[in-house]
Design a protein. Structure first.
Length: 214
């Protein structure tokens, strides 16, 4: 299901790229640094092979930083793309552990992930200060659980990660090389595997950000 979401997102990105045609303008500066802050929601995450059947989590937070490049071309589609290298960190506090129909017990600690991603975005040029965008990313994430929560040790695991993003950016006339963004991000990984157990990891994020071109 999570992979289907990512594939559909890439399909939408491709369709928009093919259908959209705008006049290409030189984009300068072409490099930028980006910063994001997230409100992070996680639904119950299933556990296999451990002492619990699922993790129940409180809403959390995330932060991220990126460096991006804007190509400039006479081809409109290429002129609307952005490419990024990004690192993000997300943290949600564990509230309870589910136990296959039995009463849930209290949990402690945080479910954490640090993701290292390569992203591609398509900016929908509107000729105004507002720029809707859609994007996706691939990479890997280090996912961490506290000591003995579902397995035997204090565990971290590196897994393939993927994400989809959609939102809108605003470029003020007074600061043309700065853009403020508001968007949604879905970030997930293959199931992390620990000592004696495996879990799910997927997050829904509402984020604000800023990009500074240089």
């Amino acid at each position: 299901m999570k992979k289907s979401f990512f594939v559909v997102g890439l399909g939408v990105l491709t369709a928009i790229s093919i259908a959209t045609s705008v006049k290409a303008d030189e984009r300068w500066p072409r490099w930028y640094i980006g910063l994001t802050g997230d409100y992070t929601y996680m639904s119950d995450q299933d556990v296999s092979g451990g002492s619990a059947s699922n993790l129940q989590l409180n809403d959390g937070w995330g932060i991220g930083g990126s460096i991006g490049y804007l190509p400039s071309s006479s081809i409109p589609i290429i002129n609307s793309l952005r490419f990024e290298a990004e690192v993000t960190y997300h943290e949600n506090q564990i509230s309870k552990l589910g136990h296959n129909g039995a009463a849930a017990t209290s949990g402690t600690g945080n479910y954490e992930a640090t993701a290292y991603m390569a992203n591609m975005f398509y900016d929908l040029q509107t000729g105004t200060q507002w720029t809707p965008y859609i994007g996706g990313g691939l990479g890997f994430a280090t996912v961490h659980l506290p000591t003995g929560l579902v397995g035997n040790t204090n565990d971290s695991d590196n897994e393939f990660a993927y994400q989809g993003m959609i939102g809108v950016g605003y470029t003020p006339d007074t600061i043309p090389d700065t853009q403020w963004t508001l968007g949604y991000r879905y970030l997930a990984t293959d199931d992390p595997k620990y000592s004696g157990a495996s879990t799910e990891y997927s997050t829904h994020n509402i984020e604000i950000g800023a990009k500074f071109r240089f």
